[in-house]
Design a protein around this ligand. Sequence first.
Ligand code: ADP
Ligand code: ASP
Ligand code: MG
Length: 423
Amino acid sequence: MSSVSLIVQKFGGSSVADAESITRVARRIVATKALGHDVVVAVSAMGDTTDDLVDLAHSITDRPDPREMDMLLTTGERISMALLAMAIKSLGVDARSFTGSQAGMMTDSQHGAARIVDVTPDRVREALDEGAVAIVAGFQGFNRDSRDITTLGRGGSDTTAVALAAALDAEVCEIYTDVDGVFTADPRVVPKAHKVDVVTYEEMLELAAAGAKVLHIRAVEYARRHGVRLHVRSSFSDSQGTLVAAERGKNMEEPIITGVAGDLSVAKVTVIGVPDVPGKAAQIFTLVAGTGANIDMIVQNVSAANTGLTDISFTLPRTEGDAVVATLRSSQADVGFADVAYDDNIGKLSVVGGGMRTNAGVSAQLFTALFEAGINMEMISTSEIRISVVTRGDELKRAMGVVHAAFGLDGDVDAVVYAGTGR
Ligand code: ADP
Ligand code: ASP
Ligand code: MG
């Protein structure tokens, strides 16, 4: 194995959206190599290719076969990896592209959401030893038992990069995207958001879980577990990005609020008129769990004394709504509730910050800001370093701006978004 330092660089879809961008990225890779580093690259599909392929599949059938869907979607990354390797070669540096399975990304068999179980990047190491840049197709792997191609879930190329960085013991994993780093809010939604220099794994996990798609949540989990240093930065500028690390530098104060995130991909289910007797919630959530749905917030109202009935509301990903509502309806008589209501015009706003742990006033400040803006909160939930509230979906964007300003996070200038459609 070579003794020079190794850097993993991941380029997202907007960074390789067309031939010109691919050449720009190739130049960047060649420049890193010229500094004496070994370079392994994880690459996403060009621009909105993955979304276009998803749309195409759905224009053929409402329920595409999961195995075939993975076969289809992994083609996006095969296109970009081959073009990027050609671009690097044309700059006079050797490069070799590999599919996920060629690069040894072994996963379980869960199509569309596979988990990495082993990384055996022998061919990547060989390419490096021969002086080449190794390009690996993002977001895909291979299951040994079924011998099928899998995908890691949308946004999963970040996880490919981190898994390679861990397996190859890279010095750093650089995530190149279309903004300058991790901001205090999505700059497409809150233009006054500002870039943060350092964010902890813990905060980044909460932000990603709350809807900040700048990093795939599983990439952050993986990086934390394996101690991979992550550097999120723009492929369109040279500015310093954001370091995701175990802790801030010794002299850096922990902000009370690191960032604000929004999520419009959630829906709310309310089970109305549930008999307020022991066992009913257990029965309802056993039914819900049977569908495999991921429940987030749960609220049970105080039952009206004269009726002995209560309402139970919970949130879940919109994509799981239909199955859950159908399952509940089919057991309505058995559980004995009056009705089920489904609401997908909701948004979830979260504030995240490590300093929240030691500060009592954060909820009061959040609720006051929303109240003064006339925004109603429908549900509330908290963790040690996060507070989330549900608002009307069409008020989420305004709510994020209001809360961002209220916590003093507004920057002096508008954030730059270099490319991408935000899709
Ligand atoms: P890529 O294609 O490079 O993986 P993504 O679209 O997955 O890029 O992620 C980058 C986008 O994440 C940004 O363009 C921005 O709109 C969005 N985003 C959401 N929250 C944040 C945040 N807190 N900081 C930076 N970007 C964010
Ligand atoms: N191309 C895949 C997607 O759009 C994976 C990725 O870009 O991270 O979700
Ligand atoms: Mg992404």
